[in-house]
Write a protein that binds this ligand. Structure first.
Ligand code: I3P
Length: 449
């Protein structure tokens, strides 16, 4: 930490008794996924892909057929051909950005892993400037969560942004203090609706749509503008990170994706089922379910996606970070045991919670794949709600509670459960620092808000 930023720290955070449950370890990785949904999708994808002599599914359970009607699921238009991936090898990509029901404006199959060039570094999830410079050859840096990087004048042309987490969105630097994100009708609609909502104080300021080189972009405040060497953490919120529509789509047009199979294998060789191994492919919902079960998404309702420190190191190797102890440790490292930073974060999170409780926008939207972005530098700390590409409006008259478990059809996203657990995590850190024990020992469950 730079000297001028040093503040008094708690001597020992300790962090025992966090007040949140671990959710227990998954015994077998694939068991964390929904066996019904995955078995069904694998089976259908197998038929589509028609691999020779595919082995029978092992212990595949009977699949209850869930039908999502427009009443339950949707705002949706018909799923169009262009919404779907074209091939197992990923040569054609799903184009969520064109979909009014599920879009974050960036739909390439690439992930942060694609950005890392060195295998060893990749496995450690450590990104250094050199790697980013190497990866800069792409015309576009596609960044879902993005960070302005303090640069030497000589480097400025090479690297403007650093990816922190998730798959890469389409961002472009804009006039001072703003950024451009490739237009997604879905996200644009969210920003427009948010203008008249209490949440407007917690999202980047929307500055309309602009055209640049024949393409359209959402222009918004660059949250990191004006900060030198900020510390940034991205936490993806919710009990799941895929839309119900993605399940429906995968049932209708199942696609095996080799890129996702490979990504899974890099992290967990036991992750794929025998069938998936044989086919060397996995459907997107199955991959996403595996991601959610491997991380703390399914148990705590949030997960850490990436951390960038003031010293330039950037970590995204959190796919297996699941236990509360590990998360607390990461928060400790992130704030360098500065309790005052934790306190500031807590204050902001509680404000967000209050706003969510009265927000009309929140009530009427399924919030999937959205993140909370933590930023602190020199004693200043803030949290912002970002990424609304997969946030979709519910049909007229429908609302969500956001604190209920998800069952297919109810569209609940668990956002408030995640926020509650995030607050409990940080409170536990502070309580421990001041010698108090945390009373609540269980994962937050359905509550009345
Ligand atoms: C990606 C991540 C993204 C998802 C992307 C996944 O996995 O879950 O959120 O994009 O799907 O590959 P990982 O974090 O392991 O790299 P969406 O949120 O838009 O669904 P994609 O490959 O279809 O872009």
């Amino acid at each position: 930490m730079p000297k001028e930023c040093r503040r008094k720290s708690s001597k020992d955070f300790g962090f025992s008794g966090t007040g949140i449950s671990d959710g227990g370890r998954v015994e077998r990785r694939a068991a964390g996924r929904s066996p019904q949904i995955c078995a069904e999708l694998i089976q259908k994808a197998a038929i589509v892909a028609a691999p020779p002599a595919a082995p029978a599914l092992m212990d595949a359970p009977l699949v209850p057929q869930v039908t999502i009607t427009s009443d339950a699921g949707g705002t949706s238009r018909e799923i169009q051909e262009e919404d779907l991936d074209g091939a197992v090898d990923g040569t054609l990509r799903r184009k969520l950005s064109n979909s009014s029901i599920s879009s974050n404006g960036s739909s390439a199959v690439e992930s942060e892993d694609d950005l890392l060039s060195d295998t060893e570094t990749q496995s450690k999830g450590l990104v250094t400037l050199e790697h980013l410079v190497c990866a800069e050859s792409k015309a576009w840096k596609k960044l879902k969560t993005y960070i302005r990087w303090p640069l030497q004048a000589s480097q400025k042309k090479k690297v403007n942004w650093v990816q922190l987490a998730g798959h890469k969105g389409n961002f472009k630097a804009a006039e001072e203090g703003t950024i451009l994100k490739k237009l997604s009708e879905n996200e644009k609609k969210c920003f427009e609706d948010l203008q008249n909502d209490v949440l407007v104080h917690f999202v980047p300021r929307y500055q309309g749509i602009v055209e640049n080189d024949g393409e359209f972009f959402v222009q918004m405040t660059d949250l990191l503008a004006g900060f030198n060497h900020p510390n940034v953490m991205d936490c993806k919120m919710g009990l799941r990170t895929y839309l119900e529509e993605e399940l429906v789509r995968a049932r209708e047009r199942p696609k095996l994706r080799e890129d996702l199979y490979k990504k899974m294998m890099e992290v967990d060789r036991e992750g794929p089922s025998p069938q998936e191994h044989f086919q060397r492919g996995i459907t997107k919902p199955c991959y996403m379910q595996w991601r959610d079960s491997m991380s703390s998404t399914n148990t705590l309702g949030f997960r850490i996606e990436g951390i960038k420190k003031y010293d330039g190191t950037c970590r995204t190797d959190f796919k297996k970070t699941r236990s509360k102890q590990d998360i607390i440790k990461l928060f400790k490292e992130f704030v360098e045991e500065d309790v005052s930073i934790i306190m500031s974060y807590l204050e902001r999170l509680r404000e967000i919670r209050e706003a969510l409780r009265i927000s009309d926008f929140f009530k009427k939207h399924e919030v999937i794949g959205s993140s909370l972005l933590f930023i602190h530098v020199c004693g200043r700390a803030n949290v912002w709600m970002i990424d609304f590409g997969k946030t979709s409006a519910l049909p007229e008259g429908q609302t969500l509670r956001h604190d209920l478990p998800w069952q297919e059809g109810n569209r609940e996203d668990g956002y408030l459960l995640g926020l509650e657990n995030l607050i409990l995590t940080l409170e536990a850190a502070c309580n421990e620092g001041s010698g108090e024990e945390t009373k609540n020992n269980s994962l937050t469950t359905a509550r009345d808000f």
